[in-house]
Write a protein that binds this ligand. Structure first.
Ligand SMILES: [Zn+2]
Length: 243
């Protein structure tokens, strides 16, 4: 009899353990959707283990991407497609436009693929602005850039693979203008012990969680004056390059 009670208690304890694990798991998914592969992406979720994969995968579902940007009140939702030649085209372009009070892009009116626009929005809100406030005491008012779409091969070579820029799947950041008028330039301020350099490095490191490729002055001379962000397909598997 005692042995029977002992076995029953053991089973009860096991069931209680399984129930506790189930409840804990369900709560974890609810409070950490960014760290779980199957939860749908929301642009205001904190960045997590699966944010990069979900952002790059938005290229497979343009309608969902546009809905996310629309809900976030950002981006110009007018459709945009472009086909120049076989290797230079996109069908889910999004004109970068800011809601009132948000950062602007200079020059304005640039088009990127929708997934890039979504990642830029998360980067602006969760990486760029907090870093600017922390290191420089003011928010960013303007992002100076060198564009997204450009029909060319890597490093402008005459042969070889096409750049992610050829499908508007990349974006080059040159620097920033803050609300107090301060300018921060990748070319001039990357090196050195100052707060501008610390700000730029934090902005680069944060981008590595949102873009499949992030290249800057630490990589090579061709990137001495800008940060290159792109959504190369390997990002869907969570493989990023951050240099
Ligand atoms: Zn680039």
């Amino acid at each position: 009899m005692a042995r029977l009670i002992g076995t029953a208690l053991l089973w009860l304890a096991l069931l209680a353990l399984i129930a506790a694990a189930y409840i804990h798991g369900r709560n974890y998914v609810r409070t950490h959707p960014q760290d779980v592969p199957w939860t749908p992406l929301r642009l205001d979720d904190p960045m997590g283990a699966f944010t990069l994969r979900k952002l790059v995968s938005l290229s497979e579902d343009p309608a969902h991407c546009r809905a996310l940007l629309g809900a976030a009140g950002s981006g110009d939702l007018s459709a945009s497609a472009r086909v120049a030649q076989a290797n230079c085209n996109y069908s889910d372009g999004m004109r970068l436009a800011s809601a009132p009070g948000e950062v602007t892009f200079a020059p304005s009116g640039e088009v990127t693929r929708c997934s890039m626009a979504a990642a830029l929005l998360v980067w602006e809100r969760q990486v760029l602005q907090p870093a600017a406030l922390r290191h420089l005491g003011h928010k960013v008012r303007r992002i100076d850039h060198a564009g997204s779409y450009s029909c060319r091969r890597l490093y402008n070579r005459s042969e070889g693979a096409f750049s992610e820029h050829a499908t508007a799947n990349a974006f080059d950041v040159l620097g920033f203008r803050l609300t107090d008028g301060t300018s921060v330039s990748v070319l001039k301020d990357w090196r050195g012990p100052g707060s501008k350099s610390a700000f730029l490095r934090e902005v680069r490191d944060g981008a590595c969680e949102l873009f499949a490729t992030v290249l800057g002055p630490d990589y090579n001379l061709a990137h001495a004056d800008h940060l290159h962000f792109d959504h190369a397909a390997r990002g869907r598997m969570g493989f990023g390059v951050c240099r």
